[in-house]
Structure formats: structure tokens, C-alpha cells
Design a binder for this molecule. Structure first.
Ligand code: GUN
Length: 289
């Protein structure tokens, strides 16, 4: 049995936000500019509404301005694009985030492509994805950034380690693989069509679950002592009939095998908003010069 260390993302994110608050105050004192984050929510997806509320609250707590635009689910795509263009042109707005998923009648790629890359604090614009891929300065997607911060805090240098990312989304899997490559890991992106997924996972010194499938990654897929980062947040029916949150990793099985693991909730989740706030300050610094 391995003694499994819990990676406390909640505590790490709190420390990060406290430091950020000081950095924001120093920036405001120096420039007279308050960094502003605009969040656009289309429709009434309950999970998205919770995220947006938390983002707004934590933006204000960090000393930044929060601008929220909540639009009805049947808003026309052209109206969403017009709003994004207005936010691009607004000097009080340094970061723009359009909450995903968008309603089915809206082309998410068209909306993301309209965001000024300099204000793209989600790092989803193809310019930022491309800049990350070729090693240029970019705004980097928040969840992958948070994962790498937790990994470096847990392991120190990641150079030479085998990293397996299970999941190939544009939001998490692909940008996370790029970041791990930048840290000199040997990176594999695995997915639903991967042959012998358990065997591929067992090679990993760093194993990332980012597929959105509850407890898909079993304990015996984990190399003893590996560091496991669980990006999944899946609501499943609990024994008491109420919902409970589980990750993509079977946590109870992983304990005693993994060297360290992020819990769900309280692991990667809190890091995402902390990184969003950090990206907003970074974007404001670059825009104000
Ligand atoms: N929906 C789920 N995660 C995210 C995220 O990181 N950014 C945006 N914009 N939408 C999301």
C-alpha cells in the first residue's frame, strides 16, 4: 500500500487569490486602472449559472470589476456577436469570457473567434491555442493551467516524466498536453478510441482524467506512486437519493495506489477561477502596457 497524499486545490487556490488581490491593488495604485472581467451567459443552464455567480463574486473579492451579461436562451447569434464586439471595444473590459456550452443554435467557434485574442482570458481563441502550441506568449486555458500549477507544487520539476492525458477536448485535454510538453514531459493523449486504455494509463507517472465519465479510470489503471489529477466533475445519484459529485477517477480505489491525487470536489475545480483571475490581471497588464 502506498500512502496517498491529497492535493489540496482549495487551499492552493485560496493562497493564489490572496496574492492576486495584493497584485491587483498594486496594479491599480500604479496605473489607476481597475482590471475588468466581462462574463457572458446565454440561457439558464443551472451549472453554468453557479459558475458565473462564483466567478463574479471572486472577481470582486480580488479587487477587479465584474461585468455580467445574462442573455435569454433564444438570443440570436448576431446579437451575441454584437455584444462581444462591444466588449472588445470597451476600455474598461480587459477580459471576456463567454460561458460554454452555448445554446445549440449558436456556433460557439464563431463566438470564440470574435473575441479579441488580447482579452481572451479563457485562452480558447485559435490565436491563443496556436501561440501556446508554438511556444509563444499566450493566454492559457484556466483549468489546464491550474492542473500544471498543482503538479509542479506536488512534484517540483516535471521534466522527463511520462504524462497520460485521458480526454482530448479543446478546453482541457489538448491545451493541457501542450503545457505538459512545455514542462518537458513525455505526453500521450488518450481517448475513447485508444487501444488498451488501462495499459496506456499504467505507464503514467502523471495521469490526468479529463473525459467527463464518472469514475471511468479504475484503481488498477494507476501505476503505484503515480500523481493523479482528476478534472472530472460528474453528478451521480448518491445512496441517499441526492446527487453527489464524483470525478473521472474511482477515488476510493486510487487511494493506496496513487502517490498523490486531487479530490473531487476541492481539487482542480477551485484552481480554474483562480487562474481566470490571474489571466485577467495578465491581460490588463498587457493592454495597459
Ligand atoms: N464551461 C465549462 N468550463 C468552462 C470554462 O473554463 N470556460 C468557459 N467559458 N466555459 C466553460
Amino acid at each position: 500500500m502506498v500512502e496517498t497524499r491529497l492535493i489540496d486545490g482549495k487551499a492552493f487556490a485560496e493562497t493564489m487569490r490572496a496574492r492576486l488581490k495584493d497584485d491587483v491593488a498594486a496594479f491599480v495604485a500604479e496605473t489607476g486602472v481597475t482590471p475588468g472581467l466581462a462574463v457572458v451567459l446565454v440561457g439558464e443552464d443551472p451549472a453554468s449559472a453557479v459558475y458565473v455567480r462564483n466567478k463574479g463574486k471572486q472577481t470582486l473579492e480580488a479587487g477587479m470589476a465584474s461585468i455580467e451579461h445574462k442573455l435569454p436562451a433564444d438570443t440570436a447569434q448576431d446579437d451575441v456577436l454584437a455584444l462581444v464586439r462591444a466588449l472588445n471595444a470597451d476600455d474598461a473590459v480587459h477580459g471576456i469570457l463567454v460561458q460554454l456550452p452555448l445554446p445549440a443554435h449558436i456556433d460557439a467557434q464563431a463566438v470564440l473567434a470574435t473575441i479579441d485574442p488580447a482579452k481572451d482570458v479563457d485562452g480558447f481563441h485559435v490565436v491563443n491555442a496556436g501561440r501556446l502550441a508554438v511556444g509563444l506568449e499566450a493566454l492559457v486555458p484556466c483549468t489546464p493551467l491550474g492542473c500544471v500549477m498543482l503538479l509542479k507544487d506536488t512534484l517540483g520539476s516535471l521534466a522527463g516524466l511520462e504524462a497520460v492525458v485521458v480526454g482530448r477536448s479543446n478546453i482541457v485535454g489538448k491545451p493541457l498536453a501542450q503545457l505538459l510538453l512545455r514542462e518537458d514531459c513525455t505526453v500521450t493523449i488518450a481517448h475513447s478510441r485508444t487501444r488498451d486504455l488501462p495499459g496506456v494509463c499504467r505507464r503514467a507517472d502523471i495521469l490526468i482524467g479529463a473525459v467527463g465519465r464518472p469514475e471511468m479510470i479504475r484503481g488498477d489503471w494507476i501505476k503505484p506512486g503515480a500523481t493523479v489529477i482528476d478534472v472530472g466533475i460528474n453528478r451521480v445519484a448518491g445512496a441517499d437519493g441526492k446527487g453527489r459529485l464524483v470525478g473521472d477517477v474511482a477515488f476510493a480505489e486510487a487511494k493506496g495506489i496513487a502517490g498523490a491525487i486531487t479530490p473531487v470536489p476541492g481539487g482542480v475545480g477551485p484552481m480554474t477561477i483562480a487562474c481566470l483571475l490571474a489571466n485577467t490581471l495578465t491581460a490588463a497588464r498587457r493592454q495597459v502596457g
